[in-house]
Each structure stands twice: as structure tokens, then as C-alpha cells.
Ligand binder design. Structure first.
Ligand SMILES: NC(=O)c1ccc[n+]([C@@H]2O[C@H](COP(=O)([O-])OP(=O)(O)OC[C@H]3O[C@@H](n4cnc5c(N)ncnc54)[C@H](OP(=O)(O)O)[C@@H]3O)[C@@H](O)[C@H]2O)c1
Length: 339
């Protein structure tokens, strides 16, 4: 019998609509290391132990298997559909006119759902790379961000809300200059912003921007993605679980440093979506939101560990003529639109 965490004990976060969602979800990207069946089984165990937010995406190639899991959970009466908050994302090759709806419908069919709670634009440009590709691979069709193209995609997301297929829409892998350009054009504002967030990469400006615009930050790679694919590893990367302030707090609280990264994320106010297929890990990850919080001093010490260390640089999405992965992230404060 799996341990069940009481729902009342799990802190909640509030969307701009006033709706409450859990302060943590479970990720489902297997990092080219964990297979679909294994991940679906982890989702089953995670929901049984108390997770209610599941972060899915078409490109993770496991929505069919997760759909079977969800069906099983509903059939067994473990949880009702309305008790879950399920996200998915449109992949970069499905941005074009008319494609977003078919991508969303495919995810709904795979997940065996009638609606999604939140549907993200996974990346803000239509640049495609094959799943499992290596870090040097480039697609000759890749192009820089375009407000017009992005809004074509966003308008289709807004239509999905109108049609009742998704309840909220969100953006992912955005920058402040891109948000500044598109937010005034949105009829339906993003409810959430999915972004890389962990102790060595805290993105304070983007985080504050999201909060001040009533957009909930959802933090991916919250543990620093120790199992991430080879293409997302660089020699200058920092290991979050080895940071001195994280390690010191782990000793003080007698937990794994991964758990400290998550406590920090939840107490800061983002919604982390840690991945794990290991029951002990995903259980302790959710459990840590309900007990033994970090002290103010520990929070401050971890805050000082920020090293602006982006792990998911996205270089496989670069267009011909781009200077480097930094061009994807508008580092000079203006949208990089030309090579
Ligand atoms: N929007 C986007 O573009 C985007 C990009 C990346 C990720 N995501 C989402 O964010 C989710 C999380 O990111 P991620 O999977 O890359 O990184 P992560 O959650 O930071 O790291 C996951 C890894 O951390 C380890 N771990 C988890 N809990 C642990 C614990 N209690 N103790 C020790 N180790 C623990 C596991 O390593 P082992 O495998 O070694 O056990 C696991 O594979 C993804 O699954 C996906 O849903 C979204």
C-alpha cells in the first residue's frame, strides 16, 4: 500500500482566475533515458500518493501510455477528472495555421481526455528538432522569433479555450522582450509561464515579471535535471544538488539535496514539476511541501547561489547565421530577430 499524502496538507497556488492549483506537479519528460511505460507507471504511483498536477507534452512521446494510466485511475475511482490539473504542449512543428487544433486533439485523444486544464506553446518559434537528436544537430528550416507567427499560434490556442477543449493557455521558454511584444496582443492572457528555474538559475527578472503580470511561474528542471540528455550538457554547467547552501540545508534537514531544491522552489512561489520514476523520490518530493520548511536564512543563502546557469540552452533550435544559443534568449534585452 503506497503512502498517501493528505490533500489538505499540500499548499496551493492561485491562478489569475482565482482557481487554486497544487504547489507542485510531476514532470513526464524521460530525458531520452526513461521509457513511456515506466513513466506512465510513475504517474499512476504519483497520483496514488497525492500528486494532482501532471505536466505532459506531445513531444515527450508518452501521452498514449499516460492516457491509459489516467483511464485506469478514473476507473478504479482513485481520483476524478476534475480533481486533476493536466497540462500538455504544442510542439514546434505544429505551430502553423490549423495545426494547433489537430495537435491538441491528438493529445486529448492520446491522454483519453475531453479537455486539458492548461495548454502551452512549448517554444515560441516553429523550429523543430527530432526527438533524441544530438546537441550539434540543426534544422535548416529554423528561423528567429516572429511576433506575427507567434500570434498566429496563440490565436489558435485562444480558439481552443473558446471551444472548451482547454481551460487555460500558457507560454513556455519566453523572455521579457518577447512577452512585452505579445502580451498586449493577447485576447486571452497566459495563465502560466513554464520556465527553467532552479537554485543556480533563478531568473529573478522573468520570475518577478510573471508575478507582477498575474502569470503563475511553473518551474522546470527544478533539481537541475541531473539525468538530462547529453545534448543538454555543457562543461560549464553547475550541479544544483552540490551547491554549498543546498548541501548545508540538506544536512540540516536530513534530506537529499534534491528535496532542498524543491522546498526552496515552493517557498519562493513557483510551481516546480520534478520528474522521477522512483517511488521513494517522487513521494519524498511531494511530502517535502507539507513539512519542515527551510528557514529564512536558508532561503536567503540559496538565493545567493544564483549563477545564471541555464541548462536547457536550446541550441538545437538555432537558425542559420545565429551567433549562438544566447540569441534564443534575447540577452541584450531586445528580441533577436535577424541573423
Ligand atoms: N517546458 C519545457 O520546455 C520543459 C523543458 C524541460 C523539462 N520540462 C518539464 O519539467 C520536468 C522536470 O524537469 P527534468 O525532468 O528535466 O529535471 P528535474 O526534475 O530537475 O530532475 C529530474 C531528475 O532528478 C532526480 N530526482 C528527482 N527526485 C529526486 C529525489 N528526491 N532525490 C534524488 N534525486 C531526485 C532524478 O534523477 P535519476 O533519474 O538519476 O533518479 C530525476 O530523473 C520534465 O519532466 C518536464 O515535464 C519542461
Amino acid at each position: 500500500m503506497k503512502t498517501k499524502i493528505e490533500q489538505e496538507k499540500i499548499p496551493l497556488r492561485t491562478l489569475s482566475s482565482g482557481e487554486k492549483i497544487p504547489c507542485m506537479g510531476i514532470g513526464t519528460f524521460g530525458s531520452d533515458k526513461y521509457g513511456a511505460a515506466e513513466i506512465a507507471e510513475a504517474v499512476y504511483g504519483a497520483v496514488k500518493c497525492g500528486y494532482r498536477l501532471i505536466d505532459c507534452a506531445a513531444v515527450y512521446q508518452n501521452e498514449k501510455e499516460i492516457g491509459q494510466t489516467l483511464k485506469q485511475l478514473f476507473t478504479e475511482g482513485e481520483v476524478k477528472r476534475e480533481e486533476l490539473f493536466i497540462t500538455s504542449k504544442v510542439w514546434n512543428d505544429m505551430h502553423g495555421e490549423g495545426k494547433v487544433s489537430s495537435s491538441c486533439r491528438q493529445s486529448l485523444s492520446d491522454l483519453q481526455l475531453e479537455y486539458l486544464d492548461l495548454y502551452f506553446v512549448h517554444w515560441p518559434f516553429p523550429n523543430y528538432h527530432a526527438p533524441g537528436c544530438d546537441g550539434d544537430s540543426r534544422n535548416p528550416d529554423s528561423k528567429p522569433f516572429s511576433v506575427e507567427e507567434f500570434m498566429t499560434t496563440w490565436r489558435q490556442c485562444e480558439a481552443l479555450v473558446d471551444q472548451g477543449l482547454v481551460r487555460y493557455i500558457g507560454m513556455s521558454n519566453m523572455t521579457i522582450p518577447k512577452l512585452e511584444a505579445v502580451l498586449p496582443l493577447c485576447r486571452i492572457k497566459p495563465a502560466a509561464l513554464e520556465m527553467e528555474l532552479h537554485p543556480s538559475f533563478q531568473q529573478p527578472e522573468l520570475f518577478d515579471y510573471a508575478i507582477s503580470h498575474n502569470i503563475l511561474p511553473i518551474g522546470y528542471c527544478p533539481i537541475g535535471s541531473p539525468s538530462r540528455p547529453e545534448r543538454d550538457r555543457a562543461k560549464e554547467d553547475v550541479a544544483d544538488i552540490e551547491l554549498p547552501a543546498v548541501a548545508a540545508a540538506a544536512r540540516a534537514h536530513q534530506v537529499h539535496p534534491a528535496v532542498i531544491c524543491l522546498k526552496w522552489a515552493v517557498q519562493r512561489g513557483q510551481v516546480p514539476i520534478p520528474f522521477s520514476v522512483k517511488e521513494q523520490q517522487y513521494l519524498s518530493n511531494l511530502m517535502c511541501t507539507t513539512e519542515d520548511p527551510l528557514t529564512e536564512e536558508e532561503m536567503k543563502a540559496i538565493c545567493r547561489e544564483d549563477q545564471n546557469c541555464r541548462l536547457i540552452k536550446g541550441q538545437v533550435f538555432l537558425w542559420e547565421g545565429a551567433r549562438g544559443w544566447e540569441d534564443l534568449w534575447d540577452m541584450d534585452g531586445v528580441i533577436v530577430t535577424k541573423e
